[in-house]
Design a protein around this ligand. Structure first.
Ligand code: Q46
Ligand code: ZN
Length: 311
């Protein structure tokens, strides 16, 4: 198998593009796809300061690597969830990447440790407040990324969601016709109100398998193990179903998700209607000033309960 572009020996084949690439051309393909996403969805420019949400997994570390190599100003935030050896190892991988690769580009890593602020890791905290671990985790990550983005005056926040993630999420949202979630499934969510950071997903044109290959070929040391709390999640099943369809018919995932985005752009701009809805419902939390629909935001309520439990 030879590279479609330069005819030297290929290291990866991409059935959905009917192509194969050597390492250099594959890296070029990855950067081109990110450049296309950034440009067509007007995500950010070379002068913008980007905050990348990193978990230690392949997608977010690859995203940080790609943005730095493309010449963007990208710092990162890692949230240590306090999930035993999984958090210890993922934290180590992120720090190693920050010290060996990101530092060369002058980029900085911010770290937030859940245990330090809440006095408990995610699992314990979820028990204390009687909520599922993943929803507790979601509230904390959203809050911390928003806080660091605003305090550090970042222009935009970027996450490593890839084509597989977005297609699986779309399948779930369509199966249950969750209109509100469908409206928000855009790779570029503007800052709807003051106090909310803009969020983008520059990897939405790239498949999980391609990002794993990019990480291995570029010697990015990432945590292979998934978060142990993800076991049994619906999205894993949706990904399996989509993978089956993709094997039978390459290109299914991209057609499914990209066509959805095309339709979304043609219809009333979701972002604009969302902004109106948010503007009407949100005001600053009386404790921390981040936007919320209640008097006190769910993060501050959570922390208050954790502190009462500890005392
Ligand atoms: S939500 Fe749940 Fe993930 Fe948080 S606790 Fe782990 S599986 S990391 S995307
Ligand atoms: Zn608050």
């Amino acid at each position: 198998m030879n590279c479609t572009k330069c005819k030297t020996k290929a290291v990866i084949d991409l059935p959905r593009h009917n192509a194969a690439f050597c390492k250099i051309c594959f890296n070029g393909y990855i950067h081109d796809q990110v450049a296309k996403a950034v440009k067509s969805d007007r995500m950010f420019g070379k002068d913008d300061r980007i905050l990348v949400a990193v978990s230690g997994g392949k997608d977010s570390l690859a995203l940080w690597d790609i943005l730095l190599k493309m010449g963007y100003k990208a710092d990162a935030l890692y949230v240590n969830l306090g999930i035993g050896s999984y958090s210890e190892e993922s934290h180590r991988k992120v720090v190693t990447f920050a010290e060996t690769v990101a530092a060369v580009h002058g980029a900085k890593l911010h770290v937030h440790t859940v245990q330090e602020e809440a006095g408990a890791g995610i699992k314990e905290l979820a028990q204390i407040i009687h909520r599922p671990a993943c929803s507790t985790c979601g509230t904390i990550k959203r809050y911390q990324f928003n806080r660091v983005a605003l305090e550090g005056e970042y222009d935009v926040m970027a996450t490593g969601h890839n084509l597989d993630d977005e297609a699986a999420r779309l399948l779930g949202n369509v199966l249950h016709w969750q209109d509100e979630y469908l409206d928000k499934q855009s790779p570029n969510l503007p800052a709807s109100v003051e106090g909310f950071a803009r969020k983008v997903k520059p990897l939405y044109r790239l498949a999980e398998r391609e990002l794993a290959a990019y990480s291995v070929l570029n010697r990015i040391d990432y945590i292979v193990e998934e978060c142990p709390m993800a076991k049994g999640a619906r999205t894993i099943l949706y990904k399996e179903v989509l993978n089956r369809l993709e094997t039978e018919s390459p290109g299914t995932k991209q057609t499914f998700y990209w066509k959805f985005l095309e339709r979304q752009k043609q219809a009333a701009p979701a972002a604009a209607s969302m902004a109106e809805k948010d503007q009407a419902m949100l005001h600053p939390c009386s404790v921390c000033r981040q936007p919320t629909t209640a008097e006190i935001c769910s993060y501050c309520k959570m922390m208050a309960r954790a502190k009462t439990h500890a005392s």
